[in-house]
Design a protein. Structure first.
Length: 253
């Protein structure tokens, strides 16, 4: 995978791009790690300096307890992110990461360093809450089936070895799901940055109504892009996603 540059507890920088004119911070999905965005970092370097968030409870942070509250997670990320706001900063969050990125955007804005863009991927709008059974309380086998059906295994097939690896990741997944499922939007200031909403067209986790509700959360423009596929559409459409990000972040090129 190459050399990882740690920039504190929460941030990883796989392809340092000191001459880039813009930075983008990537927030993973429930159970995901910073390494999930390694291909995005590689694909955008050296034009975009990409930072990836490493949640506790996985990889080199596996001995740490998970943070099970989205707002607490956002507070901790912002503390480490502020030194990186010396140039335009965009935020990209997938699934759970979309909520964390939204809360981070609000905090950066309140501190006078608003992001230039928010990319919300595979996540309904903050105000579009669903009343559903808590998956973080589900039995292990049922939770395994849900994750495999969503495709959130990095392409792992249904074989004993892959399933054993997934079982080892379940504690982190449960912690992240608890954060996502117990999150409740609190009405407050609108974002001042544009929001780009990205989803798979057959993703059962985000309906059209839930996606378009992102319009309620920004005073700037809201754009919508639908890709063929489900919740993890971005695994199959990475070149198209990279093209979209380049066009949005490097419009003069």
């Amino acid at each position: 995978m190459g050399t990882t540059t740690a920039t504190g507890t929460w941030l990883r920088r796989f392809h340092p791009a000191d001459d880039a004119t813009v930075r983008m911070v990537c927030f993973p999905h429930s159970g995901g790690s910073a390494a999930y965005f390694f291909p995005v970092s590689r694909g955008l370097s050296p034009d975009v300096d990409v930072l990836s968030v490493q949640y506790p409870g996985r990889a080199e942070r596996r001995a740490e307890p998970c943070v099970t509250d989205v707002r607490a997670m956002a507070d901790l990320v912002v503390d480490e992110l502020l030194p990186w706001c010396d140039r335009p900063l965009a935020l990209f969050g997938h699934s759970l990461g979309g909520m964390v990125a939204f809360e981070v955007a609000l905090r950066l804005q309140e501190l006078g360093t608003p992001p230039v863009a928010l990319f919300a991927s595979g996540r309904r709008a903050p105000s579009a809450h669903r009343e559903e059974p808590y998956m973080h309380l589900a039995a292990e086998d049922h939770l395994m089936e849900v994750v495999l059906d969503l495709g959130g295994t990095g392409g792992a097939s249904r074989n004993p070895a892959a399933e054993q690896l997934l079982r080892l990741a379940l504690p982190a997944l449960r912690g992240d799901l608890q954060a996502a499922e117990t999150y409740r939007y609190r009405p407050g200031p609108l974002l001042t940055c544009p929001v780009t909403v990205l989803n798979g067209d057959v993703d059962s986790r985000v309906t059209l109504r839930e996606a378009t509700a992102w319009r309620k959360h920004t005073a700037a423009a809201t754009e919508f892009r639908w890709f063929p596929g489900g919740h993890f559409y971005l695994d199959s459409h990475r070149p198209a996603l990279l093209d979209l990000l380049r066009a949005a972040l490097l419009p003069a090129r």
